[in-house]
Design a protein around this ligand. Structure first.
Ligand SMILES: [Zn+2]
Length: 131
């Protein structure tokens, strides 16, 4: 499945790549154990199985080939626990609502349950509502 488009994003896309690399390095050099970072909660595991987009990258911990992206949206009019975005059409619908929202993309390995916030971005919704 392709990545989400960030068309319509007014702000910066925040990358958490450096924080991820610190964790991966800690596991690789023995300062942390894999079990400490491969701790996806049951709900995240469920979403990763049913509403995820594949990534063409190996897992940074187990090097398996089942790394996926899960997207959650938080914002005005959305559940306080966030809403799982299950596909491009839902993403477009959220962008067209005309309300601000922040999207969080979490990478999850369905083999070892590594999980880490990959990036986030916000939309105001104003421009998308006008189109
Ligand atoms: Zn893994």
């Amino acid at each position: 499945m392709p990545r989400w488009s960030t068309n319509g994003v007014e702000g910066a896309v925040v990358s958490y790549r450096l924080a991820k690399q610190r964790l991966v390095d800690a596991v690789k050099d023995g300062r942390s154990q894999a079990k400490d970072v491969c701790d996806a909660q049951p709900e995240l595991r469920r979403v990763a199985h049913h509403h995820a987009a594949g990534i063409d990258e190996p897992c940074p911990i187990c090097e398996g080939d089942d790394l996926v992206l899960v997207t959650f949206a938080f914002g005005v009019g959305l559940p306080t626990s966030g809403r799982c975005v299950s596909g491009r059409s839902e993403m477009k619908k959220l962008k067209r609502r005309g309300k601000p929202a922040t999207f969080y993309l979490v990478e999850v390995c369905r083999q070892c349950w590594w999980n880490h916030l990959r990036e986030s971005f916000a939309i105001s919704g104003k421009e998308m509502a006008a189109t």
